[in-house]
Ligand binder design. Structure first.
Ligand code: G1P
Ligand code: ZN
Length: 544
């Protein structure tokens, strides 16, 4: 078989963002666009010849075509073996699990996560290293640098691989193994949680759950785990058939986009427990009956209850959260007497902490929770963790959260997104904020006094690498915070994220609507950052 060396020219826009390279499908369909990026990945790696690569994606439009190209390029670049999920499908957590289990050299995950799919939607590609986690910044920077100078890529002239048929075939001298997408992942879950107790809960007749897979990748995983293995009645999983365009929806598990699930949980005679996950299965939303659990609270509650879950009952090494995530988990860590790490936004920063056994659990406010079982956040893992807690505690979701607040206080929390802002205007807003930082300390705004303000910089405690300019934060003397940063995952214009948090120790004040509880901080953030002025937007496009 023939290896072709194809001449190409660099694209200027192949800089990986918070989570890989994300662009419109139409951009990836441009001649050589995908190939350039894949070759840039391979060129940035050393010693992969003869090794194993894991490949899979969330099943969105263009997944299959991209995989065929990647297989032929992996063969031409001398990988020894590729493990690919059946139908080209692997959830992001399953890909991480399979990389680790097979001691693969790395993996390529095709997903734009929660962004809409279809011919007019988004596509994405991300490289994960041998620990199963997203490539750290030094690797993504090398990939980007290479993409700016690339002149040729290598691809084998070969027939397409049948991705639907389990089994082994050859592409040139490289072996391709099409593997079941679910089995390894489901086994890992069974090793962590008390499946007997969860089975009992789900078949007792007095507890009902609803899992919304939003027509995205977790459908087959959720059917296999909740319905087949754990005995939940058929119909427990809704929107469980993955579609290339997610049924036209936005596969993002939050109160806005998972509205069908929200309507079910907030309806009359709703189930006791509801959950949703995103396009590639790494995010989760947790709901009780007429009750929403914020991701920041969910992380704190998972940490506080880890002792009753088999995979974690021997204790937590530490916990980690992204900087904008609420400080609820910090209070749990302080209570247990373990370290709590504050990292920049993006899962890649947790990898070193998990590898060095400094943290066992990690989470982000953006509906991401996970642990050292893999090196990605994990949607269904979080759902199972909650089910395990519910099975043991025999209380409602709401009772568990209320009790948690009573013990630790409540961190009122909200994120306001201003989407599709003109990039220059958004940059001006941040530049202006940065220039204000030195003037803020000690300033009084109504009842809030600024204790400290900076542009968050992180020094990795394991490898010493420094990541700067990770978000402007304003901390007040009472523990409240406002954080501003620009999204690194959008594909259109800029997205400004405003994160608001205020701490309330008194249980008598725990029943407020978060927007109400945060109202003064919301006004204050506009006063300081002049959001309306800079963005031209009257109000946020999404509030979570
Ligand atoms: C967003 C979230 C971040 C998450 C990332 C990937 O990134 O805020 O927490 O890790 O998606 O799922 P952002 O768009 O804010 O850069
Ligand atoms: Zn995702």
């Amino acid at each position: 078989m023939n290896i072709k060396i194809v001449s190409t020219q660099p694209f200027a826009d192949q800089k990986p963002g918070t989570s890989g390279l994300r662009k419109r499908v139409t951009v990836f369909q441009e001649l050589h666009y995908l190939e350039n990026f894949v070759q840039s990945i391979f060129d940035s790696l050393e010693g992969y010849q003869g090794q194993t690569l894991v490949v899979g994606g969330d099943g969105r439009y263009y997944n299959r075509q991209a995989i065929q190209t990647i297989l032929k390029m992996a063969a031409a670049n001398e990988f020894g073996r590729v493990l690919v999920g059946q139908g080209g499908v692997l959830s992001t957590p399953a890909a991480s699990c399979i990389i680790r289990k097979n001691q693969a050299f790395g993996g390529i995950i095709l997903s734009a996560s929660h962004n809409p799919g279809g011919p007019e939607g988004d596509f994405g590609i991300k490289y994960n290293i041998s620990n199963g986690g997203p490539a750290p910044e030094k690797v993504t920077e090398a990939i980007y640098a290479r993409s700016k100078t690339i002149t040729a890529y290598r691809i084998l002239e070969a027939a397409d691989v049948n991705l639907d048929q389990l089994g082994t075939s050859q592409v040139g001298s490289m072996t391709v193994q099409v593997i079941d997408s679910v089995t390894d992942y489901a086994q890992l879950m069974e090793s962590l949680f008390d499946f007997d107790r969860i089975h009992h809960l789900l078949t007792s007749g007095s507890f009902r759950m609803c899992m919304d897979s939003l027509h995205a990748v977790t459908g087959p995983y959720a059917h296999a785990i909740f319905e087949q293995r754990l005995g939940a009645p058929a119909g427990t999983v809704i929107n469980g058939i993955p579609l290339e365009d997610f049924g036209g929806g936005h596969p993002d598990p939050n109160l806005v986009y998972a509205h069908e699930l929200v309507d079910i949980l907030y309806g009359e005679q709703g189930p006791d427990f509801g959950a949703a996950s995103d396009g590639d299965g790494d995010r989760n939303m947790i709901l009780g009956r007429k009750f929403f659990v914020t991701p920041s609270d969910s992380l704190a509650i998972i940490a506080a209850n880890a002792n009753i879950v088999p995979g974690y009952s021997s204790g937590l090494a530490g916990v980690a959260r992204s900087m904008p995530t609420s400080q609820a988990v910090d209070r749990v860590a302080a209570h247990i007497g373990i370290d709590c790490y504050e990292t920049p936004t993006g899962w890649k920063f947790f990898g070193n902490l998990l590898d060095a056994n400094k943290a066992t659990l990690c989470g982000e406010e953006s509906f991401g929770t996970g642990s050292n079982h893999i090196r990605e956040k994990d949607g269904l893992w979080a759902v199972l963790f909650w089910l395990n807690i519910l099975a043991v505690r025999q209380q409602s979701v709401e009772q568990i959260v209320q009790e948690h607040w009573k013990t630790y206080g409540r961190n009122y929390y909200s994120r306001h997104d201003y989407e599709e802002v003109d990039t220059e205007r958004a940059n001006n807003l941040i530049t202006n904020l940065r220039s204000l930082i030195p003037t803020l300390k000690g300033k009084q705004f109504g009842r809030y006094q600024v204790e400290y303000s900076d542009d968050f910089s992180y020094t990795d405690p394991v490898d010493g690498s420094v990541s700067q300019k990770q978000g402007v934060r304003i901390l007040f003397t009472d523990g409240s915070r406002i954080v501003f940063r620009l999204s690194g995952t959008g594909t259109q214009g800029a997205t400004l994220r405003l994160y608001l948090e205020s701490y309330e120790p008194d249980p008598a004040n725990h029943a407020l609507d978060p927007q109400q509880a945060l109202a003064t901080l919301i006004t204050l953030s506009d006063e300081i950052a002049q959001i309306h002025h800079f963005t031209g937007l009257e109000k946020p496009t999404v509030i979570t």
